[in-house]
Design a protein around this ligand. Sequence first.
Ligand SMILES: Nc1ncnc2c1ncn2[C@@H]1O[C@H](COP(=O)(O)OP(=O)(O)OP(=O)(O)O)[C@@H](O)[C@H]1O
Ligand SMILES: [Mg+2]
Length: 502
Amino acid sequence: MFTSEVDRQRLESLIEINTLINSQYKDVRLLLTQILECTIKLISCEASSLLLLNPENNKLYFEIALGSKGPEMQKFSLNLGEGIAGWVAAHNRSLIVNDVHKDERFFADISKKIGFQTNSIMAVPMRIKESCVGVIELINKTGQESFNNDDLRWLEIFATQAALAIQNAQNFQKVQKELHILQGQVSAEKGFHVFVGKSPSILERLNITEKIAATNSTVLITGESGVGKELFAEQIHLKSRRLDKPFIRINCAALPEFLLESELFGHIKGAFTDADNDRRGRFELADGGSIFLDEIGDMSHKLQVKLLRVLEQKIIEKVGSSEQIQVDVRIIAATNKDLEQEIEEGRFRQDLYYRLNVFPLHIPPLRERKEDIPPLSDYFLEKFSHEVKKNIQVFSPEAMEMLMAYAWPGNVRELQNVIERAVVISMHPHIYPEDLILKAAGSEKQEAYTGQSLKDAVNLFKKHFLKDALIHHKWKQGETARDLGIQRTYLSRLIREFNISK
Ligand SMILES: Nc1ncnc2c1ncn2[C@@H]1O[C@H](COP(=O)(O)OP(=O)(O)OP(=O)(O)O)[C@@H](O)[C@H]1O
Ligand SMILES: [Mg+2]
């Protein structure tokens, strides 16, 4: 049935690839890599590349490059018509060149730059609906042989498969993108964010969120700045039976006490100089829904007392009035402060803390849930490239490695900012490491020393050093002191002296 053993192997690979194409279309890069690996094996050669044509600028980009110089190849692009691959794309025709040095279409630049000796090339177009979307090229047939028409026939079959994989993936991405944009629009219209995350710790917390949502209990969300506390508050509201009622946000740190009081509870006409009319407060506006009290750790003592009453009796009083108004509001509070420490230092009421802390929800920092970095990055990439009307689809593997390795002190907010900037500055359909502007580890500290006197710099160093040690030991002073070889009492004196806090 087969003309040779080689043909049999090729056919088997083809069936294998076909199965892959039908079973997984999300990770098209992986699929294309597998297709390319197969071709390299079956038509034995030294290197192979898959180039995709960007219709916006008519350039061919090395999407995948296998062989000893593969990673370096990925930095290059070709104009339509440039080099063998460029010729194939421009003419939408296959080509075998068994001695590139005798063919003036050969573009020697790339081989020279990466130090790779190219002798022979076979290149075929990948087509979707007859038009060329990219090129697969094989380089240097091994075993002192030349590429022949039989090889070409098989490569064309593989290229058809690869094009199919690309088309599937494009369709999938298109639907996915439309879905995201639609979801985004619906939530954005109502002022909600699209929630992204797949790490076990986030999924576990989303699960808890659903249980919390079914109750009317108060929730206290804690976590570093930028971890997504507000998005969790939104999720609690959206999963509750209150979802069609208002979700009212208020930042307790943003307003001075008297304004915050009237914002929260409302006021009656004449309650203070500028009170020309009666005004309803946020608690009343949130009736039937939820109120999100952000930065609760910054609330003044007076308001803490008033809030405690709301929590205990579900009753509010407008500023300037003693009328008691009944409200039905689910309270969700958030802070990035350590409230227990705030209590210890007399800035936060313990009774209020217990009332708020019925359901504590701690959101871990991004560096402790790195699995969320790829989906968040993809989401922000899609969102911002849509906004600035650029068609940037993926991160290069090196760029993703960088994002994964970074510690993200500013958490998801910082990741979002870094990607927004990358999308704006990127000149390619990919994001490369040079597009990512990350703070060098410790650079903030480094800057802090410049221009200081020696004494101040030494003290600053001591402060950073002690803080890092405390963080390392999860703020256990005994352990930290032992590790640093000092007395515990001395350590607590230093903590006070340098004003070190969580
Ligand atoms: N899971 C997530 N999915 C999508 N976007 C997220 C997620 N988490 C955070 N973000 C993005 O990061 C930004 C910061 O999140 P958020 O405002 O909830 O942080 P926070 O924990 O309240 O920080 P802070 O304490 O500084 O107020 C949000 O505006 C949102 O765009
Ligand atoms: Mg916030």
